[in-house]
Design a protein around this ligand. Structure first.
Ligand code: DON
Length: 568
């Protein structure tokens, strides 16, 4: 409890000190960072990134190395059987680009295919095994980054991941307990048993876990590029595995996978230029709505209860719109301009009572329990000023649970991110309607929100995992950076979340003190304080004024690493 006050107090104190910081801004800001910084959810991935930078690679080469290594050492969270989003800043031409490597739906994935005989959503099909998997996007992203942005060939940048897949790495508690929670599903599949029960028993903390098939698959990707994964031996094995387990993917759907380059979404908030994820992520649109609603108040002047109330009301409204309007922009018309306009935000702000909760039940929906979830984020900045903010995923813990035999590839269960049955909540308790209905080749809506925030004096690369809670974590991180917290404090900050449905403020221990909870309840909020912690936030910050780089990994994840290497 004392710690919580220290954090909240620290935030306020930092906010009060802000005018002095701003007053010192007159000196010319540096044009390049003094070195490189990486924050990722695993020490081996962060080290792989630095290894590639030392070998002459840039931030994009390092991103390939970090991404592929995370695929090897965090199979619970992401992998080349899944997808992700990479927000890039290319310093050569001062351009930001959003590389969309989201999975796509196969033609077999009609809404009817996910209903049981009573017409209810078949949650097992939606989250486990071949029907839950979309066509993977991550391998295509690695090839795209190497071909268009990196300096080094995949043979070099994939080398650390290949080495670690072959020689193994030490199992840590999250992998062991996650396996325990998914054991029944994973052991349904021949390929998964061969990999995870290679020694006859489930993975145990401290054991060395080797993935020789995955090493070979990565070698083929390095040698042959796109075709090494999506066609030929590996492609055929993926198709055969899906078929063997009763699913249906066509060869042309796999071979026809395409990443999309999109314009990132941009907005301004209190002097910060925020660059973030456009659809098919819901993150950027929701962030724009929430920040522009909140801009109407000086949050640093409010007590904790009113600040939490107003942030919650902004969250509630943005998540409601997410449910109704957001989907793959290649398939549905998403009213991005309207949803992200200042006037629209002002209209929403006007509906917020200063000290009374708006019941979500005015806008009907069904609450659902949140399931375990996994995903991973990393942030990179290099000495040339290139940046990568990337979030990648296989969706739930160990994705679909299904490894395609002979490939080491654990398939995702991203199909559950579609509104498979309109109005029925998915594993994150979020739902959707037509805009996010499945269709052949369509991308499922995501909450992944890799972002940059930049002012005249500061530049931060941020993002996190956490399913539907990603967007609110990024929101709180932006507010905390704005209030003057540093990278480590921002990652450590206790979190709260509201997603319209269920109509509850979820809070980590220490996020809200007893008086604040009471005050929120008096305003009409339902508060679940003391939920298990969520998210793994990774931040890299360049203080352009002082020319200081810093990186913060989330203390909730003991195997993460954030580091800075200064250029001599
Ligand atoms: O794209 C999405 O929104 C989800 N599939 C992300 C899953 C996730 O973050 C799970 N994390 N802990």
């Amino acid at each position: 409890m004392r710690k919580q006050w220290a954090v909240v107090g620290g935030w306020l104190l930092a906010a009060l000190l802000m005018p002095n910081v701003v007053a010192a801004v007159e000196r010319a800001a540096s044009r390049h960072p003094p070195g490189a910084a990486i924050a990722s959810a695993h020490v081996l991935a962060t080290d792989a990134g630095f290894e590639i930078l030392r070998a002459g690679g840039n931030a994009f080469d390092a991103a390939v190395a970090v991404s592929a290594t995370l695929s090897v050492v965090e199979p619970i969270s992401s992998g080349i059987g899944g997808g992700g989003f990479f927000l890039l800043h290319d310093a050569r031409n001062n351009r930001d680009v959003f590389v969309d490597a989201r999975e796509t739906a196969p033609e077999s994935a009609t809404p009817a295919a996910y209903l049981d005989k009573n017409g209810e959503l078949d949650a097992d099909r939606a989250t486990n095994g071949p029907w839950s998997a979309g066509i993977p996007g991550l391998p295509a992203a690695l090839v795209h980054l190497a071909q268009n942005y990196g300096k080094l060939p995949l043979k070099n940048t994939l080398a650390p991941a290949i080495r670690i897949a072959r020689s193994g790495f030490e199992i840590y508690p999250r992998l062991e307990s996650g396996y325990g929670s998914r054991r029944e599903v994973m052991e349904r599949y021949r390929g998964t048993r061969a990999l995870f029960l290679a020694d006859g028993t489930p993975p145990k903390t401290g054991e060395i876990f080797k993935q020789p098939d995955l090493a070979r698959t990565l070698e083929l990707l390095a040698a042959k590029g796109f075709d090494g994964f999506y066609k030929g031996e590996i492609g055929n094995k993926l198709l055969a595995a899906v078929e063997e387990e009763g699913g249906k993917w066509r060869a042309d759907e796999l071979a026809g996978y395409k990443i999309r380059e999109r314009d990132p979404l941009r907005l301004e908030y209190r002097g910060w230029q925020i660059t973030t994820a456009p659809p098919p992520s819901s993150g950027g649109v929701a962030l724009a709505q929430m920040l522009q609603i909140l801009e109407g108040w000086d949050l640093s002047k409010l007590d904790a209860a009113h600040r939490t109330h107003l942030i919650t009301e902004a969250m509630r409204r943005a998540y409601r719109d997410r449910t109704i309007y957001l989907g793959d922009p290649d398939f549905v018309k998403v009213p991005v301009a309207r949803l992200t306009s200042r006037d629209y935000a002002a209209g929403l702000r006007a509906t917020i009572h200063p000290d009374k909760a708006t019941p979500s039940a005015l806008l009907p929906g069904l609450p659902a329990p949140l399931e375990d979830d996994e995903t991973t984020h990393f942030s990179i900045m290099d000495v040339e000023g290139n940046r990568v903010s990337a979030t990648q995923t296989v969706n739930l813990v160990y994705g679909s649970g299904m490894v395609a035999p002979g490939t080491g590839v654990l398939l995702n269960d991203e199909m559950d991110d579609f509104a498979l049955k309109p109005g029925t909540p998915n594993a994150y308790g979020v739902m959707g309607f037509d805009a996010n209905a499945p269709a052949p080749g369509k991308r499922m809506l995501s909450s992944m929100t890799p972002s940059f925030m930049e002012s005249d004096t500061q530049l931060a690369v941020i993002g996190s995992k956490g399913g539907s809670r990603i967007i609110t974590q990024v929101l709180l991180a932006i507010l905390a950076h704005d209030a003057g917290l540093n990278a480590r404090q921002v990652a450590a900050l206790p979190r709260f979340h509201h997603q319209w449905m269920p109509d509850v403020i979820s809070a980590e221990p220490g996020a809200l003190d007893t008086d604040t909870i009471k005050a929120l309840q008096a305003m009409g909020h339902t508060v679940n304080a003391g939920e298990s912690p969520w998210g793994i936030l990774q931040t890299v910050v360049w203080d352009k004024q002082a020319n200081v780089l810093s990186a913060g990994t989330d203390p909730r994840n003991p195997v993460g690493k954030a580091g800075v290497v200064l250029t001599p």
